[in-house]
Write a protein that binds this ligand. Structure first.
Ligand code: DX5
Ligand code: ZN
Length: 238
């Protein structure tokens, strides 16, 4: 159960340690196994699948996820930025990804799809672009294991964090707390030492970070630093 009541300072109080999931999009695609091994402190790896239709970029697909599954037992958080996720997403669950995220803007039947993903043993997750509201999907939440709120327009790493997403994050946290249960709330895009605290304060528990982790000299140190910051954002002086 979430004990996510605001603390004395009005900040969201986290019942779980924040999760940090480095995005392999910012890693060296010729050396993904090395990239995975460079972040032993991470809670898993975020894998961005793009089809050049849902977003204007093309990355990797099922064969690469299958190959990653063979070289690591760690949590794979697959983020599908593709058209027709109803058709393609279940195969990623079959491939052994622990979490499979589809964009609700692209899904024809999100309830059926979420059930199919769970039936294949994956956590089912729904992503929202920055301009997509959560409220029309509130009744779907019990079908899900995670909600991903994009904090940039999906398609590329290294973009600037969109503060306009913070109210939606807070409203989603409120909906999840009303429901109880253990649905993760993830954000993706522009997460860094500068932005992570305001997101933790708004109620995020699961953070994707690409360029801020793999662009650093010591990626694992950044993972630890981000987690510490998310767990206890420093308060401004009274
Ligand atoms: C972008 C991807 C992200 C990307 C984030 O559409 O979904 O996962 O890797 O990269 P950063 O953390 O650099 O914004
Ligand atoms: Zn992503």
């Amino acid at each position: 159960m979430h004990a996510g009541l605001p603390g004395a300072a009005g900040r969201y109080s986290h019942p779980v340690a924040p999760r940090i999931l480095p995005s392999l999009l910012s890693a060296d695609f010729a050396n993904l196994q090395t990239a995975i091994e460079s972040v032993p402190s991470a809670d898993g790896l975020h894998v961005d699948v793009m089809d050049n239709h849902f977003v204007p970029n093309l990355t990797l697909g099922l064969p690469v996820v299958e190959a990653l599954r063979k070289v690591t037992a760690r949590l794979l958080d697959v983020h599908l930025m593709i058209e027709q996720p109803d058709r393609w997403a279940p195969a990623y669950a079959e491939a052994g990804a622990e979490s499979v995220t589809f964009h609700v803007e692209a899904a024809a039947a999100p309830v059926r799809l979420a059930r199919e993903l769970r039936h294949r043993g994956a956590r089912a997750a729904m992503a929202l672009r920055p301009a997509t509201p959560i409220e029309p999907y509130a009744d779907l939440l019990p079908e899900l294991d995670m909600v991903l709120i994009m904090t940039v327009e999906p398609g590329f790493g290294g973009q600037k964090f969109l503060d306009l997403c913070l109210p939606k994050i807070a409203r989603t946290r409120a909906l999840l707390d009303q429901m109880g249960g253990d649905i993760w709330l993830e954000i993706d895009g522009g997460v860094s030492a500068v932005t992570i605290e305001r997101c933790a304060e708004a109620g995020v528990d699961t953070f994707v970070a690409g360029s801020s982790v793999f662009g650093a000299d010591d990626p694992d140190a950044v993972v630890k630093q981000l987690r510490d910051q998310a767990a206890a954002p420093p308060r401004p002086p009274a």
